[in-house]
Design a protein around this ligand. Sequence first.
Ligand SMILES: N[C@@H](CCC(=O)N[C@@H](CS)C(=O)NCC(=O)O)C(=O)O
Length: 225
Amino acid sequence: MLTLHGFAASNYYNIVKYALLYKELPFQENLIFAGSDELLRVSPVGKVPAITTDEGVTLSESSVICDFIEETYPAIPLYPESATERAAVRQIMKISELYFELPSRRLIPYVFSGTNAPDAVKEEVRQVLTRGITALNRLCQFSPWIAGEQFTMADIYVHYVNTIVNAFAATQLDWDVLAEIPGMKEWNDKMSQSDIAQKVEADRLANMPKFMQHVKAQIQAAQSK
Ligand SMILES: N[C@@H](CCC(=O)N[C@@H](CS)C(=O)NCC(=O)O)C(=O)O
């Protein structure tokens, strides 16, 4: 059986978890936080998520895992059939990761330590997000799904990217980033109502206290060095 390694408070973990649930694949979850030797054994850079396949192979990087799951278990598809349309789906995923998720993620340490990000960092984040907004405004269709008529991996990916944009960029920058893309908020709300999204969210909330304890311990360890 597939094993999904990581923790439910992670948005990247939840992308893969959602895809596995959507495809109705049996899998077990192995709770590991970042910074552990156990995680390094399954994820070469020590990041969540990672999976162990049925053959015992370990894989990391959410988009790589998404591709592997699709290619290995195509019965319930999450990508269109045509190569061009598949590339369009991956384009949305990649742009949301590079220009939405990663800049927003830069603000996480400030939120966790209860400090305000320096203006220069905020400005840099704002500029990258602005490029993301322009690109996603061109690419997202919301008709009714993000890449068109078919529900795809891009719907899952961007939904969990948006959790980071909302939780960190929107709060630190006092900027309703998603509102800059007409249709994004309505689509995002619709996404959060599915049974799978609700299960993933319930698991995330259940994992939060343990995760915050882990973050606190890491901050204390760093301060005592
Ligand atoms: N590019 C990676 C990013 C994964 C990632 O940043 N995961 C976070 C948890 S949400 C993590 O493991 N952070 C620990 C660290 O940066 O050391 C992916 O797509 O899987």
